[in-house]
Design a protein around this ligand. Structure first.
Ligand SMILES: Cc1cc2nc3c(=O)[nH]c(=O)nc-3n(C[C@H](O)[C@H](O)[C@H](O)COP(=O)(O)O)c2cc1C
Length: 237
């Protein structure tokens, strides 16, 4: 067993948590990328950060495939646009289309060629470590989701932009990237520097008292209603 690091004081913990919030509140999904290259070492470091995530029984049921090859990216874009066209034309119901309209997205996905890297995240449906005792994996979706969250946060802290893209169904990614059958495509993340004039949809975060309750249904600042709560809203949005 190893000692877990401990912030020295409560104020120290508040300050560290607040500065992390300040960093993260300016993260936005980006759909327009610069063609400025990003060194492979940066991508490796982001993936290593994702790999620090907790996972069910420490099975680490993820594989991150980093794609930089121009022709592969083009083929991924073409296949994604086929699926996305079906989504916008027939698969999505009216409510879904209305929600998407607010974001201004459509079936065209030029960012899949423009971003210097596409990081394709696969979930493992069985353990494939050479020295495994069993094939079983646990809480795979939860584990991979957490790892992706760390990846996105690390990219943002490094000054890079990302998009969590889910062209559905994503089977084409396993085929194009020649992955084995037990790896299932989970998320497609373009990574790069944002284009000079990149715009993000004008969205708002829910206030803390809409995403947090204290004990049995009390608001977080129930004991001191004058205390202002931390907010996720980016000052610029
Ligand atoms: C699971 C998941 C799937 C998403 N799929 C897409 C997608 O396919 N295309 C897209 O443009 N944005 C996609 N998004 C991005 C969301 O639209 C975006 O995160 C949300 O509008 C909040 O904006 P923000 O990321 O800038 O804070 C997805 C996000 C998540 C978490």
């Amino acid at each position: 067993m190893k000692q877990v690091d401990d912030p020295k004081t409560d104020q120290n913990a508040i300050d560290l948590a607040t500065s992390f919030l300040d960093l993260l509140r300016s993260r936005r999904s980006v759909r327009e990328f610069s063609d400025r290259p990003v060194p492979q070492e940066v991508i490796e470091t982001l993936i290593a950060t994702a790999g620090t995530a907790p996972s069910g029984a420490n099975k680490q049921p993820w594989r991150f495939v980093a794609v930089q090859d121009t022709e592969l990216k083009r083929r991924i874009r073409v296949a994604a646009e086929v699926e996305e066209t079906k989504l916008y034309e027939t698969r999505a119901n009216e409510a879904w289309l209305k929600d998407l309209a607010r974001l201004g997205t459509n079936a065209r996905k030029p960012f899949l060629e423009e971003a210097p890297w596409l990081v394709v995240v696969f979930k493992l449906t069985r353990d494939d470590e050479p020295n495994r005792e069993t094939d079983q994996v646990y809480y795979v979706n939860e584990s991979v989701g957490i790892a992706i969250g760390l990846f996105l946060a690390a990219a943002h802290v490094a000054g890079l932009s990302t998009l969590t893209h889910t062209p559905s169904p994503m089977k084409f990614l396993g085929e194009l990237l020649e992955r084995p059958a037990h790896e299932r495509a989970y998320m497609l993340i373009p990574v790069g520097y944002p284009a000079k004039d990149a715009m993000s949809p004008d969205i708002k975060r829910k206030p803390l008292d809409r995403i947090m309750a204290l004990d049995a249904g009390r608001v977080p600042n129930a004991s001191d209603p004058t205390r202002s709560l931390p907010s996720s809203t980016a000052p610029s949005s």
